[in-house]
Design a protein around this ligand. Structure first.
Ligand SMILES: Cc1ncc(COP(=O)(O)O)c(C=O)c1O
Length: 441
């Protein structure tokens, strides 16, 4: 049955969903026109929807499935744990083993705490920074997505109508009713512009708890942070007494110890999430022993009391530990080679077709922009209405050809992919470019 027909199972399910879920969905990312698709099952890098259509999954649940779907080692380990119980008002051995594993991946991680999402990890990192410094304000990069915490989401959806001057980006709320005090406590800096960013930070000397940053920020354009910018910001925070917090919720996949290990800086705190859950909800706050002490419940005065009902539940811990043990140095290197093959394949397709497009990214991630050159920052990456229309055409084409993408035309690879899947995506991208160019005329 054609899945677009009003009578298809998918259309019927969506009609029902509209009655119980706002917009018919539980998260906006799965919304598609005329309706979202519903997954039946996934295996390896392929997902089958309830109409029986199979696609290659380059979205991997928003970059969270490093080994694709239903990896046998993870499924086996979790099945064993399921029979023993899923959550206790007790600690478990596996949380200690998983903490030890993650600390072993990066020398800047002395201690960590598990939470249930990337949003919660960033929130915990910000609150730990405040507790450590006794300061309320934070600084963040314009356009960067760090989850849904009021402070961390400021300016994430800024647009040309409200983002203000380049020298003084406005603190733009995402949700209506965001407390003005939250906006006033968030300082917005431009990405990869050292001079402008430092000039803004200087105006808030002694006020900031932390500067929060993603070194390969998806929504900012997925252009890597340049080394000079990162070093300058780190140095500024050290001199000012603010903390330097890295959001590696997505980027941890890039190297064994995260993308930060490509830079000559050491953060005070790192927020983790996504792949470290092995397919289950997760987050973690990792940092120096000195800073993480604010969470120590054995201290005389606990500066940041921290808990969570499902934090470090043994299902997530088991899945996460299994997934991350499998994602060792060789697996990371292999996946990054595949990432390079994808990026250079798409760049070839751009050259061949002559389309105004470019590829950004790093490691096992990439983003395609329908712009002639890689954007430096959020403002440059912001699609014009025409680029947005062309991007939707391209995404629809890829979907029809059997490729699931992240809706910004971004890709997060999984270890169960090989050259065959990469080359198929590159070919579909090339035919998509041809189509976009033809329809754009
Ligand atoms: C960089 C970054 N930080 C934080 C988050 C929030 O993570 P979660 O959706 O698990 O709350 C995301 C999610 O996409 C993210 O990409």
């Amino acid at each position: 049955m054609n899945r677009h027909e009003a009578t298809s199972r998918t259309a019927q399910l969506y009609a029902r969903a509209l009655q119980s879920l706002p917009g018919g969905v539980s998260r906006n990312t799965v919304l598609r026109k005329p309706h979202p698709l519903y997954a039946e099952r996934g295996e390896g890098c392929r997902v089958t929807d309830i109409e029986g259509v199979e696609r290659i999954d380059f979205a991997n649940n928003m970059a969270s499935l490093i080994h694709g779907h239903a990896h046998p080692a993870i499924t086996d380990a979790v099945s064993q744990q399921l029979k023993k119980g899923t959550a206790f008002t007790l600690a478990t051995e596996v949380e200690v083993r998983f903490a030890e594993h993650l600390l072993g991946r990066n020398p800047s991680f002395d201690k960590l705490r598990f939470v249930n999402s990337g949003t919660e990890a960033v929130m915990g990192a910000v609150k730990a920074s405040r507790a450590f410094t006794g300061r309320a304000k934070i600084a963040k990069v314009e356009g960067a997505y760090h989850g849904q915490y009021d402070y961390a989401e400021v300016s994430q959806t800024a647009n040309p109508g409200n983002w203000g001057s380049a020298e003084h980006p406005q603190s733009v709320p995402v949700a209506r009713g965001t407390p003005p005090a939250a906006l006033a406590d968030v300082v917005v800096i431009p990405f990869n512009d050292t001079e402008a960013a430092l000039a803004i930070l200087q105006q808030h000397k002694g006020e900031l708890a932390c500067v929060l940053m993603d070194l390969l920020p998806h929504r900012v354009g997925m252009t890597p942070a340049n080394a000079e910018f990162v070093t300058a910001i780190r140095e500024w925070t050290s001199q000012d007494g603010a903390l330097f917090v890295l959001d590696e919720v997505i980027t941890f996949r890039t190297e064994v110890g995260g993308v930060q290990t490509r830079y000559e800086v050491t953060p005070d705190i790192t927020a983790l999430g996504k792949i470290i859950g092995g397919g289950f909800p997760v987050g973690a706050i990792a940092g120096s022993a000195e800073v993480m002490e604010v969470m120590n419940p054995l201290a005389e005065k606990v500066l940041f009391p921290h808990s969570g009902t499902f934090s470090a539940n043994p299902i997530t811990m088991t899945a996460g530990l299994t997934a991350m043990e499998l994602y060792d140095e060789a697996a990371v290197a292999h996946l990054n080679v595949l990432g390079e093959r994808t990026r250079s394949g798409i760049e070839d397709a751009i050259r061949k077709t002559g389309i105004d497009a470019c590829v950004t990214g790093g490691g096992s991630m990439l983003r395609v922009h329908l712009k002639p050159s890689p954007p430096r920052d959020y403002r440059a990456a912001y699609p014009t209405p025409e680029e947005g229309r062309r991007l939707t055409l391209l995404l629809d084409h890829l979907f029809e050809q059997g490729f699931m993408m992240i809706n910004t035309c971004s890709v997060a690879l999984s270890t169960v992919m090989g050259n065959e899947e990469i080359d198929a995506l590159v070919a579909a991208m090339e035919s998509g470019f041809v189509k976009v160019m033809a329809e754009g005329e």
